[in-house]
Design a protein around this ligand. Structure first.
Ligand SMILES: Nc1ncnc2c1ncn2[C@@H]1O[C@H](COP(=O)(O)OP(=O)(O)O)[C@@H](O)[C@H]1O
Ligand SMILES: [Mg+2]
Length: 249
């Protein structure tokens, strides 16, 4: 069954890549046209300006979906190398700093000093972190807290109910590094919890989310033969995402 599933994913990926390539060029033509009209249009025509702004937003959204689809399907330029997880965290934090400040979110860093290198594609994992931080910032209330933690541990023997996927990739006794991003905020209900990783599943307004973020994260973590899980936590109430990666030895 796992084999069939991965074949299905692969053909879905090929289709996604095909669609994305076909749609990219028309979108570019439309965007160029909008830029042109933006320059030549009468600035006093409020309705026309508003329409143009809406069209601009719609094209940007379509562009984001195309980028997400391409990301979902691209795996050939993927390089696993020993890399510093804490360095990755610091680099990603620079990129999302603005979002934190905007919502007055307090950031807590709890990074294990001298954590051993993990096997990862730095650029791809950076995208994972940015997507996860983006979600955490969105879910967090104003003045909330986001905690980022890294640590190593030896995986405990997998219990049956932890699910077969965990078991397939990471073996008992593997030394792993764990990256946890926790945000304060409302819990995710059971129905949504089951769909989080589905492509296009989103609870956000259409200009705020494409529903591809976690699907991309999952695809990338799968390429690393790692695991990703999302859970509600109780004290304080919030949501935690954990990514487990293999340590490079
Ligand atoms: N930290 C989080 N707290 C609460 N809900 C979350 C969190 N991260 C993701 N979600 C839920 O998962 C959905 C899918 O996330 P994602 O795939 O990144 O797509 P998008 O962010 O575009 O909606 C979100 O719309 C949201 O409902
Ligand atoms: Mg997202």
């Amino acid at each position: 069954r796992l084999l069939i599933q991965s074949e299905k994913l692969e053909s879905l990926g090929r289709m996604a890549a095909g669609v994305a390539h076909e749609v990219k060029n028309p979108l570019f033509v439309i965007q160029s046209g909008l830029d042109y009209f933006g320059l030549t249009m009468n600035k006093d025509d409020e309705a026309a300006n508003k329409t143009l702004a809406l069209m601009d937003e719609a094209v940007q959204r379509a562009n984001n979906i195309v980028l997400g689809l391409l990301e979902l399907s691209r795996s050939e330029d993927f390089v696993l190398e020993p890399n510093d997880l804490n360095g990755l965290v610091d680099k990603s934090l620079v990129l999302i700093d603005h979002g934190l400040t905007e919502k007055s979110i307090y950031l807590e860093r709890d990074l294990q000093p001298n954590i051993p290198n993990v096997l990862m594609d730095f650029h791809k994992m950076e995208q994972v972190l940015i997507n996860l931080f983006d979600n955490a910032i969105h879910a967090s209330p104003k003045g909330g807290t986001i905690t980022i933690r890294t640590y190593t541990r030896r995986l405990a023997p997998v219990s049956r109910d932890e699910g077969i996927r965990h078991f397939e990739r990471l073996r008992e006794d593997d030394d792993v590094a764990v990256l946890e991003i926790t945000n304060t905020g409302p819990p995710i209900n059971d129905e949504n919890m089951r769909k989080l990783f589905d492509p296009f599943f989103t609870t956000k307004a259409s200009n705020e989310g494409t529903g591809l973020g976690l699907a991309v994260c999952k695809t990338i973590v799968d390429l690393h033969k790692g695991s990703i899980r999302i859970e509600n936590i109780e004290i304080p109430e919030g949501v935690r995402v954990s990514v487990i990666l293999k340590i490079a030895d």
